[in-house]
Design a binder for this molecule. Structure first.
Ligand code: DAH
Length: 343
C-alpha cells in the first residue's frame, strides 16, 4: 500500500512537470498515460497485489490519480483548441468577451418618459385592449355610425365580427376608464393603435399614442393648458414655447391642437417644422358634455380635459428620426443609437 502511494505520487509529479506545447505533445501524453496500455491502466493493475483490507483505500487513491491525469489532458486540450497554431500561448491582453445586454426600443423610451412626467403630477397608467368594439372606440366618444369623423380614421375590422375593430386611437381607453365610474379620474393611457394606411416614411398601419384624461369638479381649460405646458417643458426643455390652435374633435369641446417651437431650429425654420418654426405634437380639449352623459356623469357637476399624442411623433421630434418605418424594421444599427438614453 505504501509503495502504491509513493508510485502514484511520483507519477503525479511527473504529470505536473509535463508542459504540452502542441497537438502532437497532447496526443503523446494521452497515449502514455490514458491509452489502453497507458500508465493509468498500468497503475490499476497493481490492485491485485493489494491486501484485501487495503483495497478500499487503494481504489480511492487510484481513482484520484486517474482524475488527476485526465484533468491535465482536458485542461491542455482546451488551451490547444483555443490557442490555434500558436499552441497554448494565450494572449492575456485580448479584451474579455463582452456581454451585450439588449436596449429599450426608442418608442418605449419615449413612452416611459411621457408616463414618468405625468406620474409626477398624479396621473396613473390605464390600459385598454387593442381589439376594441365600436362603442368604446367610436360611439361612446360621440362618433355614431354615420359620423364623418370616422372617415378620418381608416379602420381595420375583425373579419369574424363587424362590431370588432383594431382600435384606431387610445381614446378608447378613456371610455373604458369612464365606464368604471370612479371619480375623479386622472389617467395616462399609452398603447398601440392601428389604421389602414399605406406604409411610407410618414404613415404606418400601426403606431403608438398616449392619451390623457382628467375629470374632476371645476376643471378648466386653464388647467389643461398648464398641464400640457408643464409636460412640454419637462419633455423638450424649459426654453420650448407652446401655442394652441383651435381644432375639432368629436369628443372634446372646445378642441385644440398644440404646437411647440421647433426643437431643431429653435423657430428659425427648417425641414422638421416645414419652415414655420412650429411643430404640432398633440390634440386636446375639454371633454364633451355628451360624452360625460354617455357614462352617467353629470356635466353640471364634473368637467375635464383630454389629450392624445403620437409617441412616434414625439420621438421623431426629440431624436430627429425622419422615417417611421425605422421603428419596426428592427435594424440593430438604428436601435443601438438609443443605448445611452435608457429610461
Ligand atoms: N384621438 C385623437 C387622434 O387619434 C387624438 C386626440 C385628440 C385625443 C384630442 C384626445 C383629444 O383625447 O382630446 O387623432
Amino acid at each position: 500500500m505504501e509503495s502504491l502511494k509513493q508510485k502514484l505520487a511520483a507519477l503525479e509529479a511527473e504529470i505536473s512537470n509535463i508542459v504540452i506545447t502542441d497537438a502532437a505533445a497532447l496526443e503523446a501524453y494521452r497515449i502514455k498515460f490514458l491509452g489502453t496500455k497507458g500508465l493509468v491502466k498500468d497503475a490499476f493493475a497493481a490492485m491485485k497485489d493489494v491486501a484485501p483490507a487495503d483495497k478500499k483505500d487503494a481504489g480511492q487513491l487510484l481513482n484520484a490519480f486517474k482524475q488527476f491525469a485526465e484533468a491535465h489532458y482536458e485542461n491542455n486540450k482546451q488551451v490547444q483548441s483555443g490557442g490555434g497554431k500558436q499552441g497554448n500561448q494565450l494572449d492575456f491582453s485580448l479584451p474579455g468577451l463582452q456581454f451585450q445586454p439588449g436596449t429599450r426600443h426608442p418608442l418605449k423610451v419615449t413612452e416611459n418618459e411621457i408616463v414618468n412626467i405625468f406620474s409626477k403630477i398624479g396621473f396613473t397608467v390605464a390600459e385598454g385592449p387593442e381589439i376594441e368594439d365600436d362603442w368604446h372606440n367610436f360611439t361612446s366618444l360621440n362618433m355614431p355610425a354615420d359620423h364623418t369623423a370616422r372617415d378620418m380614421q381608416d379602420t381595420f375590422y375583425v373579419a369574424q365580427n363587424p362590431d370588432w375593430i383594431l382600435r384606431t386611437h387610445t381614446s378608447s381607453t378613456q371610455a373604458r376608464v369612464l365606464e368604471e365610474g370612479n371619480l375623479p379620474v386622472r389617467v395616462i393611457c399609452p398603447g398601440r393603435v392601428y389604421r389602414n394606411e399605406t406604409i411610407s416614411a410618414r404613415a404606418h398601419c400601426f403606431f403608438h399614442q398616449t392619451e390623457g384624461l382628467y375629470i374632476d369638479k371645476k376643471v378648466s381649460f386653464a388647467d389643461l393648458k398648464q398641464t400640457l405646458y408643464y409636460f412640454v417643458k419637462e419633455m423638450f426643455g424649459s426654453n420650448t414655447k407652446v401655442r394652441f390652435r383651435p381644432s375639432y374633435f368629436p369628443f372634446t369641446e372646445p378642441s385644440a391642437e398644440m404646437d411647440i417651437s421647433c426643437t431643431v431650429c429653435g423657430g428659425k425654420g427648417c425641414n422638421l417644422c416645414k419652415h414655420t418654426g412650429w411643430v404640432e405634437i398633440l390634440g386636446c380639449g375639454m371633454v364633451h358634455p355628451d360624452l360625460l352623459r354617455n357614462f352617467n356623469i353629470d356635466p353640471e357637476v364634473y368637467s375635464g380635459f383630454a389629450f392624445g399624442m403620437g409617441v412616434e411623433r414625439i420621438t421623431q421630434i426629440k431624436y430627429q428620426v425622419n422615417d417611421l418605418r425605422l421603428y419596426s424594421q428592427n435594424d440593430i444599427r438604428f436601435l443601438k443609437q438609443f443605448t445611452s438614453i435608457q429610461q
